[in-house]
Design a protein around this ligand. Structure first.
Ligand SMILES: CC(C)(COP(=O)(O)OP(=O)(O)OC[C@H]1O[C@@H](n2cnc3c(N)ncnc32)[C@H](O)[C@@H]1OP(=O)(O)O)[C@@H](O)C(=O)NCCC(=O)NCCSC(=O)CCC(=O)O
Length: 338
Protein backbone atom coordinates (compact mmCIF):
# COMPACT_ATOMS: atom_id res chain seq x y z
CA UNK A 1 0.00 0.00 0.00
CA UNK A 2 1.19 3.53 -0.73
CA UNK A 3 0.86 6.19 1.95
CA UNK A 4 1.22 9.89 1.23
CA UNK A 5 3.02 11.85 3.94
CA UNK A 6 4.97 15.11 4.31
CA UNK A 7 8.54 14.88 3.04
CA UNK A 8 11.43 14.52 5.54
CA UNK A 9 15.19 15.15 5.24
CA UNK A 10 15.74 11.39 4.91
CA UNK A 11 13.80 11.49 1.60
CA UNK A 12 16.54 13.49 -0.12
CA UNK A 13 17.99 10.56 -2.18
CA UNK A 14 14.51 9.47 -3.26
CA UNK A 15 13.55 13.00 -4.33
CA UNK A 16 16.82 13.33 -6.27
CA UNK A 17 15.97 10.10 -8.06
CA UNK A 18 12.50 11.46 -8.95
CA UNK A 19 14.19 14.63 -10.26
CA UNK A 20 16.52 12.58 -12.45
CA UNK A 21 13.77 10.32 -13.78
CA UNK A 22 11.23 13.09 -14.46
CA UNK A 23 13.36 14.54 -17.28
CA UNK A 24 13.46 17.87 -19.08
CA UNK A 25 10.70 20.43 -18.71
CA UNK A 26 9.80 19.35 -15.18
CA UNK A 27 10.70 22.77 -13.84
CA UNK A 28 9.77 22.24 -10.21
CA UNK A 29 12.18 19.29 -9.82
CA UNK A 30 15.56 20.34 -11.22
CA UNK A 31 18.48 17.93 -10.79
CA UNK A 32 20.32 20.13 -8.31
CA UNK A 33 21.28 18.86 -4.86
CA UNK A 34 21.29 22.27 -3.19
CA UNK A 35 17.89 23.20 -4.57
CA UNK A 36 16.31 19.85 -3.70
CA UNK A 37 17.63 20.17 -0.14
CA UNK A 38 16.26 23.73 -0.05
CA UNK A 39 12.83 22.55 -1.18
CA UNK A 40 12.76 19.87 1.53
CA UNK A 41 13.80 22.43 4.17
CA UNK A 42 11.16 24.91 3.01
CA UNK A 43 8.52 22.18 3.19
CA UNK A 44 9.58 21.15 6.71
CA UNK A 45 9.25 24.78 7.85
CA UNK A 46 5.93 25.20 6.05
CA UNK A 47 4.36 22.10 7.62
CA UNK A 48 5.57 23.23 11.07
CA UNK A 49 4.13 26.77 10.72
CA UNK A 50 0.82 27.94 12.22
CA UNK A 51 -1.00 29.52 9.29
CA UNK A 52 -4.26 31.47 9.19
CA UNK A 53 -3.98 32.67 5.59
CA UNK A 54 -1.81 31.45 2.70
CA UNK A 55 1.69 32.88 2.34
CA UNK A 56 4.91 31.63 0.81
CA UNK A 57 4.57 28.11 2.24
CA UNK A 58 5.44 25.17 -0.01
CA UNK A 59 4.21 21.72 0.94
CA UNK A 60 5.98 18.71 -0.50
CA UNK A 61 4.79 15.16 0.11
CA UNK A 62 5.99 11.74 -0.92
CA UNK A 63 4.39 8.36 -1.61
CA UNK A 64 5.93 5.60 0.49
CA UNK A 65 5.41 1.86 0.06
CA UNK A 66 4.26 0.75 3.53
CA UNK A 67 5.82 -2.71 3.06
CA UNK A 68 9.35 -1.70 2.08
CA UNK A 69 9.57 1.96 3.11
CA UNK A 70 10.62 2.85 -0.45
CA UNK A 71 9.64 6.34 -1.65
CA UNK A 72 8.20 6.08 -5.16
CA UNK A 73 6.64 9.44 -5.97
CA UNK A 74 6.14 13.04 -5.02
CA UNK A 75 3.34 15.63 -5.01
CA UNK A 76 3.27 19.27 -3.96
CA UNK A 77 1.33 22.45 -3.31
CA UNK A 78 2.61 26.04 -3.25
CA UNK A 79 0.27 27.94 -0.90
CA UNK A 80 0.69 30.99 -3.16
CA UNK A 81 2.91 31.98 -6.07
CA UNK A 82 4.38 35.32 -7.02
CA UNK A 83 4.54 36.92 -3.56
CA UNK A 84 8.32 36.58 -3.18
CA UNK A 85 9.54 36.04 -6.75
CA UNK A 86 7.37 37.00 -9.75
CA UNK A 87 5.31 34.26 -11.37
CA UNK A 88 4.86 34.81 -15.10
CA UNK A 89 2.44 33.42 -17.65
CA UNK A 90 1.05 34.28 -21.08
CA UNK A 91 -2.55 35.20 -21.54
CA UNK A 92 -3.88 34.14 -24.92
CA UNK A 93 -6.39 36.66 -26.21
CA UNK A 94 -8.04 37.55 -29.50
CA UNK A 95 -8.13 40.76 -31.46
CA UNK A 96 -10.03 41.42 -34.66
CA UNK A 97 -8.50 43.30 -37.58
CA UNK A 98 -11.41 44.10 -39.81
CA UNK A 99 -12.05 46.26 -42.84
CA UNK A 100 -15.64 46.34 -44.07
CA UNK A 101 -14.59 48.34 -47.08
CA UNK A 102 -12.20 45.60 -48.27
CA UNK A 103 -14.28 42.69 -46.96
CA UNK A 104 -11.41 41.54 -44.75
CA UNK A 105 -12.09 40.20 -41.24
CA UNK A 106 -9.08 38.62 -39.51
CA UNK A 107 -9.27 37.17 -36.01
CA UNK A 108 -5.76 36.98 -34.60
CA UNK A 109 -4.41 35.66 -31.34
CA UNK A 110 -2.05 37.48 -29.02
CA UNK A 111 0.20 36.25 -26.25
CA UNK A 112 0.44 38.78 -23.46
CA UNK A 113 3.09 38.40 -20.78
CA UNK A 114 1.82 38.96 -17.21
CA UNK A 115 1.51 37.90 -13.59
CA UNK A 116 -2.17 37.08 -13.32
CA UNK A 117 -1.75 34.00 -11.07
CA UNK A 118 -0.06 36.03 -8.35
CA UNK A 119 -1.52 35.04 -4.98
CA UNK A 120 -3.12 31.80 -6.23
CA UNK A 121 -2.27 28.31 -4.94
CA UNK A 122 -0.36 26.06 -7.31
CA UNK A 123 -0.47 22.27 -7.33
CA UNK A 124 2.79 20.97 -8.73
CA UNK A 125 5.65 18.46 -8.65
CA UNK A 126 3.47 15.43 -9.40
CA UNK A 127 5.63 12.44 -10.25
CA UNK A 128 5.18 8.70 -9.80
CA UNK A 129 7.95 6.27 -10.75
CA UNK A 130 6.79 4.42 -13.89
CA UNK A 131 6.65 0.93 -12.33
CA UNK A 132 4.17 2.28 -9.74
CA UNK A 133 1.73 3.72 -12.28
CA UNK A 134 -1.08 1.25 -11.67
CA UNK A 135 -4.39 0.97 -9.83
CA UNK A 136 -5.27 4.00 -7.73
CA UNK A 137 -1.68 5.15 -7.11
CA UNK A 138 -1.63 8.05 -9.58
CA UNK A 139 -5.06 9.25 -8.48
CA UNK A 140 -4.05 9.13 -4.84
CA UNK A 141 -0.92 11.17 -5.51
CA UNK A 142 -2.86 13.84 -7.41
CA UNK A 143 -6.06 13.99 -5.35
CA UNK A 144 -4.59 13.71 -1.85
CA UNK A 145 -3.88 17.43 -2.24
CA UNK A 146 -7.60 18.14 -2.50
CA UNK A 147 -8.27 16.09 0.65
CA UNK A 148 -5.69 18.31 2.35
CA UNK A 149 -7.18 21.52 0.96
CA UNK A 150 -10.71 20.55 1.99
CA UNK A 151 -9.52 19.83 5.50
CA UNK A 152 -7.27 22.90 5.91
CA UNK A 153 -8.74 25.54 3.56
CA UNK A 154 -7.27 28.49 5.47
CA UNK A 155 -3.81 27.48 4.22
CA UNK A 156 -4.74 27.85 0.53
CA UNK A 157 -6.08 30.46 -1.88
CA UNK A 158 -9.52 30.70 -3.39
CA UNK A 159 -8.11 29.87 -6.83
CA UNK A 160 -6.00 26.76 -7.41
CA UNK A 161 -4.06 26.25 -10.63
CA UNK A 162 -1.54 23.91 -12.24
CA UNK A 163 0.99 24.65 -14.95
CA UNK A 164 1.12 21.54 -17.10
CA UNK A 165 4.37 20.48 -18.73
CA UNK A 166 4.33 21.47 -22.39
CA UNK A 167 5.77 19.77 -25.45
CA UNK A 168 9.50 19.00 -25.58
CA UNK A 169 11.43 15.99 -26.86
CA UNK A 170 13.75 13.63 -24.99
CA UNK A 171 16.73 15.90 -25.58
CA UNK A 172 14.79 18.81 -24.11
CA UNK A 173 14.02 20.58 -27.40
CA UNK A 174 10.86 22.64 -27.13
CA UNK A 175 9.43 24.04 -30.40
CA UNK A 176 7.98 27.04 -28.59
CA UNK A 177 11.20 27.82 -26.77
CA UNK A 178 13.19 27.51 -30.00
CA UNK A 179 11.26 30.43 -31.45
CA UNK A 180 11.76 32.46 -28.26
CA UNK A 181 15.44 31.52 -28.12
CA UNK A 182 16.08 32.53 -31.72
CA UNK A 183 14.47 35.94 -31.27
CA UNK A 184 15.01 36.88 -27.63
CA UNK A 185 16.98 34.57 -25.32
CA UNK A 186 19.92 32.92 -27.10
CA UNK A 187 20.14 30.10 -24.50
CA UNK A 188 18.84 26.51 -24.64
CA UNK A 189 15.49 25.42 -23.12
CA UNK A 190 17.20 23.06 -20.66
CA UNK A 191 19.33 25.96 -19.40
CA UNK A 192 16.36 28.34 -19.09
CA UNK A 193 14.23 25.67 -17.40
CA UNK A 194 17.07 24.96 -14.99
CA UNK A 195 17.51 28.65 -14.09
CA UNK A 196 13.80 28.92 -13.27
CA UNK A 197 13.97 25.70 -11.26
CA UNK A 198 16.79 27.09 -9.14
CA UNK A 199 14.89 30.33 -8.58
CA UNK A 200 17.04 32.58 -10.83
CA UNK A 201 14.17 34.17 -12.68
CA UNK A 202 15.66 37.61 -13.22
CA UNK A 203 16.66 36.83 -16.81
CA UNK A 204 12.98 36.44 -17.73
CA UNK A 205 12.14 40.02 -16.84
CA UNK A 206 15.35 41.13 -18.60
CA UNK A 207 14.87 39.29 -21.88
CA UNK A 208 11.23 38.34 -22.38
CA UNK A 209 9.31 40.38 -24.99
CA UNK A 210 7.15 42.79 -22.99
CA UNK A 211 4.78 43.75 -25.76
CA UNK A 212 2.07 41.32 -26.90
CA UNK A 213 3.21 38.75 -29.48
CA UNK A 214 1.05 37.97 -32.53
CA UNK A 215 0.71 34.16 -32.59
CA UNK A 216 0.54 34.15 -36.40
CA UNK A 217 4.11 35.52 -36.53
CA UNK A 218 5.53 32.51 -34.65
CA UNK A 219 6.98 29.50 -36.48
CA UNK A 220 4.38 26.86 -37.42
CA UNK A 221 6.04 24.42 -35.00
CA UNK A 222 5.77 26.92 -32.13
CA UNK A 223 2.13 27.74 -32.94
CA UNK A 224 1.18 24.05 -32.96
CA UNK A 225 2.29 23.39 -29.36
CA UNK A 226 0.61 26.38 -27.69
CA UNK A 227 -1.69 24.94 -25.04
CA UNK A 228 -0.49 21.35 -25.70
CA UNK A 229 0.82 19.05 -22.95
CA UNK A 230 3.84 16.75 -22.93
CA UNK A 231 2.83 13.17 -23.74
CA UNK A 232 3.80 11.95 -20.24
CA UNK A 233 1.64 14.64 -18.67
CA UNK A 234 -1.68 13.64 -20.29
CA UNK A 235 -2.73 11.48 -17.31
CA UNK A 236 -1.99 14.35 -14.90
CA UNK A 237 -4.12 16.72 -17.00
CA UNK A 238 -6.94 14.20 -17.30
CA UNK A 239 -7.03 13.82 -13.50
CA UNK A 240 -7.38 17.58 -13.08
CA UNK A 241 -9.97 17.98 -15.83
CA UNK A 242 -12.14 15.42 -14.05
CA UNK A 243 -11.84 17.53 -10.91
CA UNK A 244 -13.28 20.52 -12.76
CA UNK A 245 -10.04 22.28 -13.73
CA UNK A 246 -10.21 24.16 -17.05
CA UNK A 247 -7.91 26.26 -19.17
CA UNK A 248 -8.93 29.91 -19.14
CA UNK A 249 -6.54 31.04 -21.84
CA UNK A 250 -3.23 30.93 -19.98
CA UNK A 251 -0.03 29.16 -21.03
CA UNK A 252 3.43 28.69 -19.56
CA UNK A 253 6.03 31.16 -20.75
CA UNK A 254 8.76 28.75 -21.95
CA UNK A 255 7.08 25.70 -23.43
CA UNK A 256 3.53 27.17 -23.79
CA UNK A 257 2.02 24.22 -21.88
CA UNK A 258 -1.55 24.93 -20.71
CA UNK A 259 -2.38 26.29 -17.28
CA UNK A 260 -5.56 24.90 -15.75
CA UNK A 261 -7.45 26.35 -12.80
CA UNK A 262 -10.45 25.84 -10.55
CA UNK A 263 -11.85 27.63 -7.52
CA UNK A 264 -11.11 25.51 -4.47
CA UNK A 265 -14.77 25.18 -3.51
CA UNK A 266 -15.57 23.83 -6.99
CA UNK A 267 -12.91 21.09 -6.99
CA UNK A 268 -14.84 17.80 -7.08
CA UNK A 269 -12.63 16.07 -4.51
CA UNK A 270 -12.98 19.05 -2.17
CA UNK A 271 -16.79 19.22 -2.17
CA UNK A 272 -17.53 15.49 -2.55
CA UNK A 273 -15.37 14.37 0.38
CA UNK A 274 -17.17 13.40 3.61
CA UNK A 275 -16.30 12.42 7.17
CA UNK A 276 -16.72 9.10 8.92
CA UNK A 277 -15.73 7.69 12.27
CA UNK A 278 -13.20 4.89 12.05
CA UNK A 279 -13.84 1.29 13.10
CA UNK A 280 -10.75 -0.85 12.68
CA UNK A 281 -11.50 -4.41 11.58
CA UNK A 282 -11.01 -6.74 8.65
CA UNK A 283 -13.91 -6.53 6.17
CA UNK A 284 -14.78 -7.67 2.65
CA UNK A 285 -15.89 -4.41 1.03
CA UNK A 286 -15.18 -4.06 -2.70
CA UNK A 287 -15.57 -0.27 -2.72
CA UNK A 288 -12.51 1.89 -3.39
CA UNK A 289 -11.91 5.13 -1.50
CA UNK A 290 -9.21 7.68 -1.00
CA UNK A 291 -8.89 8.30 2.73
CA UNK A 292 -6.96 10.89 4.73
CA UNK A 293 -6.60 11.66 8.41
CA UNK A 294 -7.49 15.13 9.67
CA UNK A 295 -3.95 16.10 10.74
CA UNK A 296 -1.77 18.64 9.03
CA UNK A 297 1.80 18.13 10.27
CA UNK A 298 1.13 14.39 10.33
CA UNK A 299 -1.06 14.35 7.23
CA UNK A 300 -1.52 10.85 5.81
CA UNK A 301 -3.58 9.66 2.83
CA UNK A 302 -4.08 6.21 1.31
CA UNK A 303 -6.24 4.45 -1.29
CA UNK A 304 -8.02 1.15 -0.76
CA UNK A 305 -11.17 -0.78 0.13
CA UNK A 306 -13.37 0.68 2.86
CA UNK A 307 -16.70 -0.52 4.23
CA UNK A 308 -18.66 2.74 4.50
CA UNK A 309 -22.00 3.13 6.29
CA UNK A 310 -22.99 6.63 5.23
CA UNK A 311 -26.19 6.68 7.30
CA UNK A 312 -24.18 6.10 10.49
CA UNK A 313 -21.09 8.01 9.23
CA UNK A 314 -18.93 4.99 10.00
CA UNK A 315 -16.02 3.57 8.00
CA UNK A 316 -14.54 0.15 8.62
CA UNK A 317 -10.88 0.12 7.62
CA UNK A 318 -8.26 -2.63 7.87
CA UNK A 319 -5.60 -2.53 10.61
CA UNK A 320 -2.99 -2.00 7.87
CA UNK A 321 -4.83 1.07 6.57
CA UNK A 322 -5.32 2.40 10.11
CA UNK A 323 -1.56 2.07 10.75
CA UNK A 324 -0.73 3.90 7.53
CA UNK A 325 -3.21 6.70 8.38
CA UNK A 326 -2.07 6.79 12.02
CA UNK A 327 -5.67 6.65 13.25
CA UNK A 328 -7.40 4.73 16.07
CA UNK A 329 -10.95 3.50 16.60
CA UNK A 330 -13.26 6.49 16.98
CA UNK A 331 -11.05 8.96 15.03
CA UNK A 332 -12.48 10.94 12.11
CA UNK A 333 -11.25 10.38 8.55
CA UNK A 334 -12.00 12.18 5.31
CA UNK A 335 -13.20 9.93 2.48
CA UNK A 336 -13.64 10.19 -1.24
CA UNK A 337 -15.41 7.45 -3.22
CA UNK A 338 -13.57 6.28 -6.37
C1 LIG B 1 0.75 12.01 -13.34
C2 LIG B 1 0.94 10.60 -12.86
C3 LIG B 1 1.37 10.60 -11.40
C4 LIG B 1 -0.42 9.85 -12.94
O1 LIG B 1 -0.25 8.48 -12.62
P1 LIG B 1 -0.83 7.33 -13.60
O2 LIG B 1 -0.20 7.54 -14.94
O3 LIG B 1 -0.67 6.02 -12.92
O4 LIG B 1 -2.37 7.74 -13.63
P2 LIG B 1 -3.62 6.90 -14.15
O5 LIG B 1 -4.52 6.72 -12.98
O6 LIG B 1 -3.20 5.69 -14.94
O7 LIG B 1 -4.27 7.88 -15.21
C5 LIG B 1 -4.96 9.02 -14.80
C6 LIG B 1 -6.05 9.30 -15.82
O8 LIG B 1 -5.45 9.64 -17.08
C7 LIG B 1 -5.97 8.80 -18.10
N1 LIG B 1 -4.89 8.62 -19.09
C8 LIG B 1 -3.85 7.78 -19.04
N2 LIG B 1 -3.08 7.94 -20.12
C9 LIG B 1 -3.64 8.91 -20.88
C10 LIG B 1 -3.32 9.55 -22.12
N3 LIG B 1 -2.25 9.20 -22.80
N4 LIG B 1 -4.13 10.53 -22.56
C11 LIG B 1 -5.23 10.92 -21.84
N5 LIG B 1 -5.58 10.36 -20.66
C12 LIG B 1 -4.80 9.37 -20.19
C13 LIG B 1 -6.35 7.53 -17.38
O9 LIG B 1 -7.32 6.79 -18.11
C14 LIG B 1 -6.93 8.10 -16.10
O10 LIG B 1 -8.23 8.60 -16.34
P3 LIG B 1 -9.52 7.92 -15.70
O11 LIG B 1 -9.35 8.16 -14.22
O12 LIG B 1 -10.65 8.67 -16.31
O13 LIG B 1 -9.46 6.47 -16.07
C15 LIG B 1 1.97 9.86 -13.74
O14 LIG B 1 1.45 9.67 -15.06
C16 LIG B 1 3.30 10.58 -13.83
O15 LIG B 1 4.14 10.52 -12.91
N6 LIG B 1 3.57 11.22 -15.00
C17 LIG B 1 4.89 11.79 -15.35
C18 LIG B 1 5.17 13.06 -14.65
C19 LIG B 1 4.35 14.22 -15.13
O16 LIG B 1 4.33 14.54 -16.33
N7 LIG B 1 3.71 14.89 -14.15
C20 LIG B 1 2.89 16.05 -14.38
C21 LIG B 1 3.75 17.29 -14.56
S1 LIG B 1 2.75 18.74 -14.52
C22 LIG B 1 2.56 19.02 -12.85
O17 LIG B 1 3.24 18.48 -12.01
C23 LIG B 1 1.42 19.92 -12.47
C24 LIG B 1 0.14 19.15 -12.33
C25 LIG B 1 -0.13 18.52 -10.97
O18 LIG B 1 0.66 18.71 -10.03
O19 LIG B 1 -1.20 17.87 -10.81
Amino acid sequence: MLVIRPITEADFPALMRCAEESGHGFTSLPVNEELIRGKIQHSLESFAKEVSSPGIEGYLMVAEDTETGEVVGTTGIEATVGLDVPFYSYHISKVVHSSRKLGVHNIVELLTFGNNYTGCSEICTLFLRPQWREGLNGRLLSKCRFLMMGEHPQRFSKTVFAEMRGVSDEEGHSPFWEWLRDHFFSIEFTHADYLVGVGQKGFIADLMPKLPIYVSLLSDEAQEVIGQVHENTRPALRLLEKEGFTNRGYAAIFDAGPTVECDMVNIRSVYQAFYCTVEISEHSSQSDYLVSNTEFQHFRAVAGKVDVNKALSKARISPEMADALQVNDGDQVRLLAQ
